[in-house]
Design a protein around this ligand. Structure first.
Ligand code: COA
Length: 170
């Protein structure tokens, strides 16, 4: 993954996020947003780059182009809810878990202890990833979706075991 960088989203990422969303396959858009996003609404773009006391957003970049995005926000069943998406060409190379590790490290620094994630029931790939990151995660099935909740501290321990380093070194 030489040349990739993970950093907080910025207000001037709006065009980059639009290009990123437009480059995702309909399948990937649907797994992440539960619908196709077509020409994304300005409200969606600004929600994806907003960073404040309730929300955090990270982008993974390669040569300045966005190839992955992850966000967390307070509210819901867990202390933070998270969502993540990697561009189709970059899936399967470990970028998604790295985004999640970095996001959760930042959330835990802000005091969050539990994490939640809503996943489509058919999204076997991410459910496998969740089982690997959080072996003791609770999964509640509700009308085609799976509500996942887990302890963040446990995720951090597994992240450190996987990489042998702090998540901030990605
Ligand atoms: C879920 C997601 C973020 C994971 O990120 P990633 O960088 O692909 O993560 P990994 O490299 O660890 O791959 C995760 C698993 O998917 C598998 N995978 C990824 N791309 C694949 C592909 N094109 N074909 C087959 N398997 C693939 C990997 O082999 C791995 O499987 P394993 O757990 O059995 O080893 C990414 O696949 C994605 O963006 N999916 C669409 C959006 C989504 O589902 N978001 C989650 C809901 S918010």
């Amino acid at each position: 993954m030489r040349g990739t960088q993970i950093r907080p989203a910025r207000q001037d990422d709006d065009d980059g996020i639009r290009r990123f969303l437009a480059g995702l396959s309909l399948h990937t858009q649907t797994l992440r947003f539960f619908t196709g996003v077509g020409a994304p609404a300005a409200s969606l773009v600004s929600a994806l780059i907003a960073v404040d006391e309730r929300r955090d957003a990270l982008v993974a970049t390669l040569d300045g182009e966005i190839i992955g995005h992850a966000m967390s926000y307070r509210g819901g069943a867990a202390d933070v809810e998270i969502a993540v998406v990697v561009t189709d060409e970059w899936q399967g190379r470990g970028l998604g878990p790295k985004l999640i590790d970095t996001l959760l490290f930042r959330a835990s620094v802000r005091g969050a202890q539990t994490v939640g994630m809503d996943v489509l029931g058919e999204n076997r790939r991410v459910l496998r990833m969740i089982r690997r990151i959080w072996p003791d995660a609770q999964m509640k099935v509700a009308s085609g979706a799976v509500e996942v909740t887990a302890m963040i501290r446990q995720a951090q321990v597994f992240a450190e075991q996987r990489s042998g380093a702090s998540p901030l070194t990605v």
